[in-house]
Ligand binder design. Structure first.
Ligand code: FDA
Ligand code: NAP
Length: 457
């Protein structure tokens, strides 16, 4: 007797990446299902997420001992959307018995390590929705009987090379940021990006006694790396190379901070291209190429104390750039050019760390042939609707949503935690509303692809 093939499971959404953005979305899904159990008008949406790391991790390479959050803990994964949620940072503190200790601490900015533990606690409570060690390598269309793309198959690869596909009526991209290097720079055993700092330091071994480091950049990452290396290796010189005259402080003042509010997304979204550019120019210093003022003071104090002692281990090559790098078996020689005088100085070091920032992911990289259906603006960037749905041609009727990579449309909070909780609510509302639509929905699709959640080619 031949068995009839089972219809493939189709999720309401398939998530790419399981960092804070999509963990928040998984929590939103769970909370919505709880509401749906009591109210039939609320759709009980289902989702599955793919994460390439073997377990939850939030920029682990930069979990430096003293690094603190750059955003208030109240902007956790839920509170600004649902202050009554049991997934808030305070619920986490309560569950680990630290709530009163934290209150006495009188800070809005916990250690990154503690917030990492909070995020991992959240991820653990929605672990049934995620597949770890699962790297998404492509997205394929599933056409309905009218020939339109009403569902998508997300293709993911496991470490053993096997592939799986998950089928969704919607997909939500949240792949985070990608380390950015200066043109021509190449990573190696001795040349690193700060994103992998702690893993790189682990590789050189606990007994290593490096003599010198060069750190390029003047943002928060660069300043944290300089301070960490200086403190961790008392025998090493740390050379900071940057084009500014000095580190610039981040603007964390209350009026400027309003740029991270949900209302600011509305204002930015509706603004002309010229106004958008103006807002970004005015307020870049709330986030980019800036350093927490306390850390600037810490670095200055360390440099001054060294000067008093006559042991200058911290060297600031300001108004400078890297003009060349030559790597040998024993170290790197970095040619540092003073932009004011043009003078070039060779600096010998064991390791060179580029703390030169990040760039957002582009969903088109994974969409393959589907990318031709994405609507672009005059600058070739993806057009995105207010509800974070990628604008596409009518041939695609399913939803492709973005968490991140929307700075050009939704403003500066796009890559940050500030607005994650509210954004997730907006995306879920949009998907719920489309799920309730009667005609042309994904439910009517007659999929032509391979079974979902099945081994893929
Ligand atoms: P995030 O990058 O965290 O997660 C994306 C996930 O997707 C990763 O786990 C990745 O492995 C996975 N992934 C990517 N491609 C994949 C694929 N093809 N298949 C499967 N999985 C894939 N912001 C802020 O507001 N306050 C702060 O204090 C900080 N602090 C901070 C420190 C450092 C060192 C950095 C570099 C950045 C910050 N940020 C920040 C900004 C940061 O972008 C933000 O905190 C979140 O990480 C954004 O969460 P996401 O989930 O969007 O991306
Ligand atoms: P960033 O703010 O973009 O700073 C990048 C730095 O690299 C800038 O100083 C920039 O120069 C320099 N740079 C860029 N390209 C260069 C090139 N080709 N050659 C030489 N220098 C170059 O990046 P970031 O410091 O990594 O910060 C990114 C985000 O992560 C921010 O949101 C930040 O708040 C966050 N972060 C948070 C923490 C924390 O929570 N504790 C820690 C680290 C990072 P210019 O000065 O000329 O612009």
């Amino acid at each position: 007797m031949t068995s009839t093939p089972q219809p493939p499971p189709v999720h309401d959404l398939v998530g790419i990446g399981f960092g804070p953005s999509n963990v928040a979305l998984a929590i939103g899904l769970l909370e919505q299902r709880r509401r749906a159990a009591a109210d039939p008008a609320v759709p009980a949406l289902t989702g599955v997420f793919h994460e390439r790391q073997p377990e939850f991790g939030w920029h682990r390479g930069m979990l430096l001992d003293d690094a603190t959050m750059q955003v208030s803990f109240l902007k956790d994964l839920v509170t600004t959307r649902n202050p009554a949620s049991d997934f808030g940072f305070l619920s986490y503190l309560h569950s680990v018995g630290r709530l009163h200790d934290f209150i006495n601490h009188k800070t809005l900015f916990p250690l990154r390590a503690e917030f990492h533990a909070y995020l991992a606690w959240c991820a653990g409570r929605v672990a049934d929705q995620v597949r770890y060690s699962s790297e998404v390598v492509g997205v394929e269309p599933v056409r309905d009987s009218a020939g339109r793309i009403s569902q998508l198959d997300v293709i993911a690869r496991a470490p053993d090379g096997s592939r799986h596909r998950s089928r969704g009526r919607n997909i939500v991209f949240a792949p985070g940021l990608t380390p950015r290097l200066p043109e021509g720079a190449r990573l190696s055993e001795r040349v690193w990006h700060n994103e992998y700092l702690l893993q790189s330091l682990e590789r050189i071994g606990p007994g290593a006694r490096p003599r010198g480091f060069v750190v390029v950049g003047a943002g928060q990452s660069a300043a944290e790396v300089v301070e960490h290396l200086y403190r961790r290796f008392p025998g090493a010189q740390v050379h900071a190379v940057f084009s500014r005259f000095g580190y610039s402080p981040s603007d964390d003042s209350p009026f400027a901070n309003r740029i991270f509010d949900p209302d600011a997304v509305d204002a930015f979204y509706g603004a002309s291209a010229e106004t958008k550019a103006g807002i970004m120019d005015y307020h870049r210093n709330t986030n980019y190429s800036v350093v927490d003022p306390d850390l600037i003071d810490t670095l200055y104090q360390a440099a001054y104390q060294d000067k008093v002692k006559g042991t200058e281990r911290l060297r600031f090559h300001n108004t400078s750039r890297v003009a060349g790098v030559s790597e040998g078996p024993d170290g790197v020689t970095v040619t540092v050019e003073d932009l004011a005088s043009g003078k070039q100085t060779p600096v010998a070091a064991d390791y060179l760390v580029y703390a030169t920032g990040y760039r957002p992911g582009d969903p088109r990289d994974l969409l393959g042939d589907l990318a031709e259906h994405v609507v672009c603006d005059a600058g070739g960037r993806c057009a995105v609707q207010r509800d974070y749905r990628l604008a596409t041609t009518d041939e695609i009727t399913c939803g492709i949503y973005l968490q991140g990579g929307t700075e050009h449309t939704h403003g500066i909070s796009s890559s940050l935690l500030s607005n994650v909780a509210v954004r997730v609510g907006e995306i879920l509302d949009a998907i719920s509303a489309r799920t309730a639509e009667p005609a042309g929905t994904a439910e009517s699709a007659a999929p032509t692809g391979a079974p979902a959640e099945a081994a893929a080619r």
